[in-house]
Design a binder for this molecule. Structure first.
Ligand SMILES: C[S@@+](CC[C@H](N)C(=O)[O-])C[C@H]1O[C@@H](n2cnc3c(N)ncnc32)[C@H](O)[C@@H]1O
Length: 237
């Protein structure tokens, strides 16, 4: 959904820089307080993900069953209960959780959802320029972030995720994928995504594995006829 913005001033919200694509295409979902209130509902996110939200959350959390969990970074807040569930795992299983987001309103919203004394740090940072040390995390999770970013932003985000994960650590991506040839959603969804999620189609067109160094083997799982995917990869030592 487009909104005319005044490039000289409108990319700031609460005195904070907001990436232009976020302000232009997603202000209604993430920046506006009413948007946060409306969209942070499990049933609505589930509807947007065509009934797959719980399944995709389960798929992400399944990667966090081993203990100790180590240092985990979630790049960007998400609506629904993924992060509270991950935080519970971290507090039960030992480890630490950092969640970054470029929007203070999203971090505040997440804070409300986390139980008191959750061992999580909420950090305002742009995923393309993380103020975090290299090789500091055992796992970096990107849950439906890349499809919201224009290609050049996406490449920087992946580069940053690779930088901050330890050698031997994991990157976990859960996001849109390319629907299989027989999946009618391949054609039916494209016009809606083109309007509502304008960068999703370019993510879907290129395999996630090809965005990573060739030396990184990937484990890919597809869901809902390929429309969604989980990609797990390990940074070489
Ligand atoms: C990860 S997606 C959430 C996807 C999905 N709709 C959901 O809620 O489950 C949305 C979040 O990404 C954040 N975001 C987008 N671009 C970002 C960037 N460059 N750096 C940090 N956070 C970003 C937005 O502020 C928003 O909170």
């Amino acid at each position: 959904m487009d909104r005319d913005v005044d490039a000289s001033s409108a990319f700031y919200h609460e005195d904070t820089f907001v990436p232009p694509y976020l302000m232009r295409h997603y202000w209604w979902a993430y920046v506006h307080p009413r948007g946060v209130k409306i969209f942070d509902r499990g049933w609505l996110i589930n509807l947007i993900l065509l009934g797959n939200y719980k399944r995709l959350v389960r798929a992400a959390l399944a990667e966090f069953e081993d203990k100790p969990l180590g240092h985990i970074l979630q790049l960007a807040c998400v609506y629904g209960n993924l992060t509270p569930k991950l935080a519970k795992r971290v507090s039960d299983g030992g480890g630490s959780l950092d969640v970054t987001d470029v929007l203070p309103i999203q971090l505040r919203n997440l804070k409300w959802k986390l139980p008191a004394r959750t061992p999580a740090r909420l950090l305002r940072m742009d995923s393309t320029a993380l103020d975090l040390p290299a090789a500091g995390y055992d796992t970096v999770l990107l849950f439906f972030l890349l499809h919201e970013q224009p290609e050049e932003v996406r490449q920087k985000t992946v580069a940053e995720a690779l930088r901050v994960v330890k050698p031997g650590g994991r990157l976990i991506f859960v996001d849109y994928g390319k629907p299989f040839w027989w999946n009618p959603l391949r054609y039916l969804l494209a016009p809606f995504l083109a309007v509502l999620e304008p960068f999703a189609l370019s993510l879907m067109a290129t395999p996630l594995a090809s965005r990573l160094p060739q030396s990184m083997a990937v484990r890919q799982t597809s869901y809902f006829g390929g429309l969604y995917q989980k990609v797990v990869t390990i940074k070489p030592d």
